[in-house]
Design a protein around this ligand. Structure first.
Ligand SMILES: C[S@@+](CC[C@H](N)C(=O)[O-])C[C@H]1O[C@@H](n2cnc3c(N)ncnc32)[C@H](O)[C@@H]1O
Length: 344
């Protein structure tokens, strides 16, 4: 890990290589110039150019401000240096005046600043108490922002966030949004925690590891990348890979690129019809335990082979089908086996 004290004080320079999305349309032009962060020995704390307003300088200045120079790898502290990426995250979520936004991990507050500038009221959850204090110092006087020091993976949306939404939205907006440059190591936990909250959030826009974003948004059935998490994501939302963000945009620079993904959260009425979500996802996990196994074998502990075959036939699938070939048609299998045939 590179300490901030060893950073070059030089302002960012445009990256020579544009960031190119793998499967999506070309990225917005702002992703192309990315700041170059060099690790060069320097005897003192990096000084920012007075009055500089770009993301690089305000991020470095914020990190320097409390003498807190070493970002913590365990907390995925890779800070955004390019304010244009923050603006594009805000635009991807369609944040506008009066919106209420849950931001996970505000860090130095660079994305927070863009959210506030768009007119949003922000509820920020930050696990690192130093960073929570830093953001509080930076924006503390505004009523548009509430910061709590907590681990998002232990966060209770209903008891902590919903009362805030009700107070701040004045009933003018029913739903809030989630916008975050997430620590890469908790992305799956966050997706699992927040996607089933379509009654609270309408949209979730996250900056994740590129590979994770592609896997969540674009994994195709009948490929090894297709996993239970894809059934989960498509059950609760409509995911869309937005654009790639080169690793050179972060400090410290991670070993992988990032990408922005959006999820349009579904309301409960739009979920596939299953009696119990818990037992449906337990069936999905069982089916994927034997990815190459036929469903009539991998689900044998739930129903007899003949019942499963009958359920598959009734929805037009061959009795020899394997889990990798199934999308949300699993929900129909579930309905037929559990509700009509009364399986265990
Ligand atoms: C990738 S940095 C992003 C910081 C800032 N939003 C930015 O764009 O520069 C991730 C932030 O999430 C915080 N964080 C890490 N784990 C967290 C958790 N479990 N709950 C809440 N915040 C967490 C880190 O301390 C850090 O500030």
């Amino acid at each position: 890990m590179v300490a901030l004290t060893s950073l070059s004080p030089a302002p960012p320079r445009p990256s020579p290589s544009p960031a190119t999305p793998r499967r999506r349309p070309p990225p917005p032009p702002h992703v192309i110039p990315s700041p170059h962060v060099r690790s060069r020995p320097a005897p003192t704390v990096v000084s920012a150019t007075p009055g500089a307003t770009d993301g690089y300088h305000s991020t470095i200045r914020s990190l320097n401000s409390r003498g807190r120079h070493v970002p913590r790898k365990s907390l995925g502290q890779n800070y955004m240096l390019n304010s244009k990426v923050n603006e594009e995250l805000v635009a991807a979520a369609g944040v506008e005046e009066g919106d209420v936004v849950l931001e996970i991990g505000p860090g130095t507050g660079s994305l927070t600043e863009a959210l506030l500038a768009a007119g949003a009221t922000v509820f920020a959850v930050e696990k690192d108490k130093h960073m929570a204090t830093l953001v509080n110092d930076r924006f503390g006087s505004t009523e548009q922002l509430k910061i709590i020091e907590e681990d998002i993976t232990k966060f209770n949306v209903r008891s902590h966030f919903v009362p805030f939404l009700e107070e701040k939205s004045h009933h003018s907006k029913k739903y809030a949004k989630v916008v975050s440059n997430l620590p890469f190591n908790i992305s799956t936990d966050v997706v699992k925690l927040l996607l089933p909250t379509g009654d609270v959030f309408s949209d979730m826009v996250l900056l994740l590891q590129d590979e994770t974003a592609l896997r969540l948004a674009d994994a195709s059935i009948q490929t090894p990348e297709y996993r239970p998490i894809n059934v989960f994501v498509n059950f609760y939302s409509e995911p869309e890979y937005k654009f790639k963000v080169e690793r050179t945009n972060f400090f410290p620079q991670p070993k992988v690129d990032g990408a922005v993904i959006s999820f349009k959260l579904k309301n409960a009425g739009d979920y596939p019809p299953v009696g119990s979500q818990k037992s449906f996802f337990s069936m999905v996990n069982s089916a994927f335990n034997g990815k190459r196994k036929m469903l009539r074998k991998s689900l044998q502990h739930l129903c007899s082979s003949s019942e499963i075959e009958a359920a598959l036939t009734s929805i037009g699938l061959p009795v020899t089908v394997i889990s990798l070939s199934l999308s949300l048609s699993l929900s129909h299998t579930y309905t037929h086996t559990h509700e009509e045939k009364s399986c265990a």
